[in-house]
Design a protein around this ligand. Structure first.
Ligand SMILES: Cc1cc2nc3c(=O)[nH]c(=O)nc-3n(C[C@H](O)[C@H](O)[C@H](O)COP(=O)(O)OP(=O)(O)OC[C@H]3O[C@@H](n4cnc5c(N)ncnc54)[C@H](O)[C@@H]3O)c2cc1C
Length: 327
């Protein structure tokens, strides 16, 4: 039985922990208060917002089978949204998402998926790993106060590449690979309205604007009735305005939302904006995970493949297959 540390309780880290915990001693560390990583939900009184990942699809047989299992367990549902393509304020295409190509969401919230996967796991939340050291064949983890959090035979990094890059010692070849991956930012604006809005759609991709996405979160299956809107900036606008004051960001996103949707946001009872510094990554062509048997270091996450929930799952599955022979 190996002692294994996993840093990151997003989907890739949780899938890994569940697979390894039966035969090994596994501890999962995450700096956040809850699990699920970017599959996140924000609560504000009677309003709730999936302000990270919006929905997901399954293209591979393995992930499709996993989705069927979660669907049967009621952990996810199918979002049959009225979808629109916007160019600026003009709707250029519309369709209803149907059962032919399923758009899945966690039910009743996106963060349910993490909550269901973390039930039988030894979790250390609100624990940010500040440094890692390889010494005498073991990995030691340290927090910001340089307090040691344990010694482990194997270390799995299940966090975005730029965050992995800050931990991996510079003399590891893997350090450069992490540092070379560009992850893009995104701002998520959340609007809660006390009355239904005069729009006939639930989800929209937007082009020719600084926002790329609008969703009526409350139209997803199992959500409470209050009208909850999520607006995402484009990655380009977020990258260019990553250090802008939050009120400046919010005012710009409100103006863009109004210009595109025609909805006056001043009626919103709740408005907040969240910055995702490492939201998305373009499709990658290198290996889907990392495993170094000598250093007993492994890594997985969406960034090895593409900024998608399915990619996080596929990367973890690829890494687990490689680890089978080594553990
Ligand atoms: C705004 C936005 C919209 C998105 N929309 C979609 C979508 O519609 N469809 C889709 O398929 N995907 C979407 N995604 C992407 C999807 O959310 C990710 O691909 C997936 O959740 C990544 O999972 P992961 O396990 O690889 O990483 P993460 O979910 O990022 O998990 C990494 C975890 O590591 C933790 N961590 C980081 N550093 C440390 C540290 N030093 N110590 C301890 N813990 C640490 C973090 O707190 C986090 O919980 C979106 C993402 C964002 C942000």
């Amino acid at each position: 039985m190996a002692r294994i540390a996993i840093i990151g309780a997003g989907l890739s880290g949780l899938v890994t922990a569940n697979a390894l915990a039966a035969d090994h001693s596994v501890v999962v560390f995450d700096k956040s208060r809850g699990t699920g990583g970017r599959m996140a939900t924000r609560y504000a009184g009677r309003y709730e917002f999936d302000h990270g990942a919006q929905f997901f699809t399954a293209r591979t047989d393995a992930f499709a089978a996993e989705c069927r299992r979660m669907l049967e367990a009621g952990v996810i549902g199918i979002w049959q949204a009225e979808f629109r393509d916007f160019r600026g304020a003009d709707i250029v295409a519309e369709r209803r998402w149907g059962a032919d190509y399923r758009h899945y969401v966690g039910t009743p919230r996106m963060n349910t998926i993490g909550k269901c996967l973390d039930r039988d796991i030894n979790l250390r939340l609100e624990t940010e790993i500040n440094s890692i050291r390889w010494d005498h064949g073991r990995w030691s983890l340290f927090d910001a106060s340089d307090d040691k959090l344990g010694d482990f035979d194997w270390l799995v990094l299940a966090l975005p590449a730029p965050q992995a890059a800050t931990l991996v010692p510079a003399d590891e070849g893997f350090s450069k690979r992490c540092a070379d991956v560009e992850m893009r930012a995104c701002y998520a604006m959340m609007l809660g309205f006390s009355k239904p809005l005069p729009i006939s759609w639930h989800a929209a991709h937007v082009r020719d604007a600084d926002i790329s996405w609008i969703s009526v979160n409350s139209s997803k299956p199992g959500r409470p009735g209050s009208e909850c809107i999520v607006v995402h900036s484009t990655n380009a606008w977020a990258d260019s305005n990553i250090d802008a004051p939050s009120d400046v960001v919010q005012q710009h996103l409100l103006a863009e939302f109004r210009r595109v949707s025609g909805v006056n946001p001043t009626a919103a009872e709740f408005v907040a904006t969240h910055r995702w510094r490492y939201a998305n990554v373009a499709p990658q062509s290198a290996e889907a995970c990392y495993v170094d048997e000598n250093r007993q270091l492994a890594a997985c996450g969406d960034w090895f493949i593409h900024g998608r929930i399915e990619a996080a799952h596929s990367s973890a599955a690829a890494m687990l297959e490689r680890l089978t022979g080594s553990l």
